[in-house]
Design a protein around this ligand. Structure first.
Ligand code: NAD
Length: 472
């Protein structure tokens, strides 16, 4: 239970300060990096289906405009308040910096329970919120670009872009005012699996570092590693899928109704279908049910992926966690006490701030697609295929040998949009992992990878501010 006067924004500031000690920036500049630049708190009336007028409380925070546009999701939740939106916006600044997405951080929230409203009411609320943002110049492809978050998805993003376009007729880049749109409205292929795939790429890169693996007593590579995943939602499902497809063994999956264990590995799609048919992941053929869902977190394994909720590993259960690597796919799955315990035990925590950045990275690709007005791969796919076909034919003529049909298809294939999005994400996650690790290696005083990630973010935002100079 959190204290009544707990401030999420203040706790982000504390993590920032812990890392700032390892940077060279002067106090004033650090204060500027931490501060929320613009906060728009609004109230507006919406007439509900029964004729009642409800006053809606909502926010949009632009934490940093050191790079524009600002970027960050919009959540619909009764827990929304200014402090939370400020904290989430600041985390977006740091997350974007780490993965080299050239945006400042932003976040929005509407204090409603989306389940308590009809779709028509939600549409009215979303459209009114968007028009309030337009009025105050808080949205636009070069200003601030929202995205989905808790309680929002493609549908809400489609309402936002439609409202924006009707208020800004003829603005040529208007589709880039929001990301996470349906593909038919300017969305990009590959976004759904982006966060889980990014989690996989990040952890795989860590596992490919021989020195680090030796320190943890593990072999290099993900092949054969035992993985436990908490949550079979979007992020958990896709994380499990990519680990399995690359040779890891997903021995346990936990959901809120319980957890299962299967020594020779779980196929996430089979489990998903089993849950759909029976309403539960329990009693999955060939697997053992665990006594409690949280028992999965304490199993002997190499990699633990909490991909469900915040604060699931805390001072109470952290001493019993046996994993060597914890990949924070969810936001905030570890409490500071758990973090402390893992640092002492030498367990590697790969931090959420960059590990789950796949979503924002692919949002960046969507925004670029909107600005360029052309689908990825459209210009070069056919050219590449013709060229590959020609090269392969020449090689076959010269050698007198033929490749198999499967090889031919693989070699001649030109990149589709989804191939390019996945490849861009892979490059992003590998580079970010290496940058953070280089910072950590260069300064052994830095206690953990989370602090190294913050140092990485502070240095990038600090450089940007210092090179901007101060406007008189
Ligand atoms: P989701 O709603 O699709 O999945 C969450 C899953 O966790 C659900 O299947 C739910 O039943 C399960 N769950 C709930 N309580 C549980 C419990 N006590 N034990 C085990 N499982 C439980 O959500 P998601 O999009 O997969 O997001 C998961 C986490 O990842 C969140 O923390 C979110 O903030 C974070 N995240 C998501 C994205 C994204 O692109 N979706 C990006 C960054 C971070």
């Amino acid at each position: 239970m959190l204290e009544a006067n707990y401030s999420f924004f203040h706790s982000v500031e504390q993590s920032f300060d812990k890392a700032a000690k390892f940077t060279k920036w002067e106090k004033g500049l650090l204060e500027q990096i931490k501060a929320c630049n613009s906060i728009y708190s609004m109230k507006f009336p919406v007439k509900m289906d029964d004729g009642r007028i409800e006053v809606i409380e909502a926010y949009r925070v632009q934490h940093s405009q050191h790079k524009t546009p600002c970027k960050g999701g919009i959540r619909f939740s009764m827990a929304v308040n200014q402090d939370e939106v400020m904290a989430l916006a600041s985390l977006m600044t740091y997350k974007c910096a780490i993965v080299n997405v050239p945006f400042g951080g932003g976040k929005g929230g509407i204090k409603i329970n989306p389940k308590a409203h009809s779709s028509y009411e939600l549409e009215k609320i979303t459209r009114r919120y968007t028009s309030e943002l337009v009025k105050k110049n808080f949205i636009g492809p070069g200003i601030d670009v929202p995205a989905p978050d808790y309680g929002t998805g493609e549908r809400e993003m489609a309402w936002i872009v439609d409202t924006y376009q009707s208020l800004k007729p003829g603005e040529i880049d208007s589709a880039g005012c929001v990301t996470g749109k349906p593909v038919s409205q300017g969305g990009v292929r590959g976004r759904k699996e982006a966060t889980g795939l990014g989690v996989f790429f990040g952890i795989r890169e860590v596992c490919n570092m021989p020195d680090l693996m030796a320190k943890l007593g593990l072999t290099t590579g993900v092949n054969g590693k035992k993985v436990v995943v908490q949550g079979l939602g979007n992020v958990g499902y896709h994380s499990a899928k990519f680990f399995r497809e690359h040779g890891a063994v997903v021995v346990s999956i936990a959901e809120f109704e319980g957890a299962i264990y299967k020594e020779d590995g779980i196929n996430e799609e089979d489990l998903f279908q089993h849950r759909k048919a029976t309403g539960s992941i329990l009693n999955f053929p060939g697997a053992t049910n665990l006594a409690k869902s949280t028992d999965a977190l304490e199993l002997a394994c190499d990699i633990l992926i909490p991909a469900a909720l915040e604060n699931v590993i805390n001072g109470d259960n952290a001493p019993r966690v046996q994993a060597k690597i914890i990949g924070e796919a969810a936001n905030g799955p570890l409490t500071p006490e758990a973090d402390e315990i893992f640092t002492q035990k030498g367990i590697l925590v790969v931090p959420d701030m960059y590990l789950n950045a796949g979503g924002v990275t692919v949002s960046y690709f969507e925004w670029l697609k909107n600005l360029s007005h052309v689908r990825y791969g459209r210009m070069e796919k056919r050219f590449t295929e013709n060229m590959n076909h020609h090269i392969l034919s020449q090689l076959e003529d010269l050698t007198g040998k033929k490749v198999s049909d499967a090889e031919r298809n693989f070699i001649e294939h030109g990149a589709d949009e989804v191939d390019l999005v996945h490849s861009g994400l892979e490059e992003t996650m590998i580079t970010a992992t290496r940058e953070i690790m280089d910072i950590w290696k260069a300064n052994p005083e830095i206690p953990d990878m989370r602090t190294a990630a913050y140092v990485c973010a502070i240095n990038k935002v600090g450089t940007s501010y210092s090179e901007l100079g101060i406007f008189p």
